[in-house]
Design a protein around this ligand. Structure first.
Ligand code: GYE
Length: 320
């Protein structure tokens, strides 16, 4: 396996001659969380497209949201002797052992869109957005929009224990610091899904005087926001005006909601984490060049002022 030779050379850092082969002879195992959201489904589509473009043999494993299935998949990839492993870690803890096994097998691991609480030597790099910053951008938008007006906020958190749920909460709370007019009155996980987002929002509405006490919803992803918008409408309230809606991902459907005046803002997350990951891998394979431990993707705020219908048309088909 040419890549392993190049890898061991890089480890030895001696004067090795790296195989100049292209990425085309590489096999990469990809452990994907599942398809809990429109964004996740797009990431899967784009990853397969990026592999195809590079002639890489991608072995895909869908974990159905379970960490034990991801760990099983990583062990299977190691047994197969793949050249590299990509993993979108469903939660942040519990990875040390299996990442250690990949390291012992000289198989580099790249994290996609989420991070892990493990020694950085156990993975080559993480391709993610700045998740704290995303929460901060959403929070700052709400601070500016409410401009000191009292506002009770409800929060739909992502998957419990996942790095986006932890960091997006942290960033949002940081933005609200010093703005006592804004109060998070309810906060619960909606597991990044539309169904759960709707369900939990229904409970928030019931608990808060039919929603009359709620001024804004912060959802850690657009899918939960879209589910919550349905619940708000069914409660006889107007999402986007009676209850402001701010979320993260910038999937096409949130722009449709914005165009209808039912959502107010979203922070963009690119589904193309695999492109930079494949490029880092190819550079390492070619000349042993280690990438930085974090390859950060952009985060851009979109509001109703950004011609949402046009953005919707442009985004449809980009893997979504
Ligand atoms: O925001 C959400 C998906 O890990 C940052 O996971 C990603 C999140 C994304 O379920 O839609």
């Amino acid at each position: 396996m040419k890549f392993i030779k190049a890898l061991s050379c890089a480890t030895v850092l001696a004067g090795c001659v790296f195989s100049g082969a292209s990425a085309a002879d590489m096999t990469v195992g990809f452990s994907q969380i599942g398809s809990e959201s429109g964004w996740r489904a797009a990431e899967t589509t784009v990853t397969k497209q990026e592999a195809e473009k590079r002639g890489i043999d991608l072995k895909f494993a869908d974990a159905q949201q379970k960490q034990e299935n991801q760990i099983k998949a990583l062990r299977s990839f190691i047994a197969q002797g793949v050249d590299a492993i990509f993993v979108a870690p469903v939660v942040a803890t519990g990875w040390d052992e299996v990442l250690g096994e990949a390291k012992d097998a000289n198989i580099p691991v790249i994290l996609l869109d989420r991070t892990v609480d493990a020694d950085k030597s156990l993975y080559m790099t993480a391709v993610t957005s700045d998740l704290v910053h995303e929460g901060n951008v959403a929070g700052k938008w709400l601070v500016d929009t409410t401009a000191g007006k009292p506002c009770n906020v409800v929060e739909l958190q992502g998957t419990t224990g996942s790095s986006p749920a932890i960091d997006r909460k942290k960033g949002f709370e940081e933005a609200l610091k010093g703005h006592d007019n804004l109060k998070i009155v309810r906060s619960q996980t909606g597991d990044f899904t539309r169904t759960k987002g709707k369900e939990v929002m229904e409970s928030f509405l019931k608990a808060e005087n039919g929603g009359k006490n709620i001024c804004a919803l912060y959802a850690h992803n657009d899918d939960m926001a879209v589910g919550a918008i349905q619940a708000i409408k069914e409660a006889g309230l107007k999402p986007g005006t009676d209850i402001l809606v701010v979320s993260i991902d910038a999937v096409p459907d949130i722009f449709q909601a914005m165009a209808a005046g039912e959502a107010n803002a979203t922070v963009e997350l690119t589904p193309n984490m695999a492109g930079p990951a494949f490029d880092a891998l190819a550079a390492f394979k070619k000349d042993g060049k280690e990438p930085p431990k974090w390859i950060q993707t952009e985060s851009k705020l979109y509001t109703q002022a950004d011609e949402p219908q046009k953005v919707y048309e442009a985004k449809k088909g980009l893997g979504y």
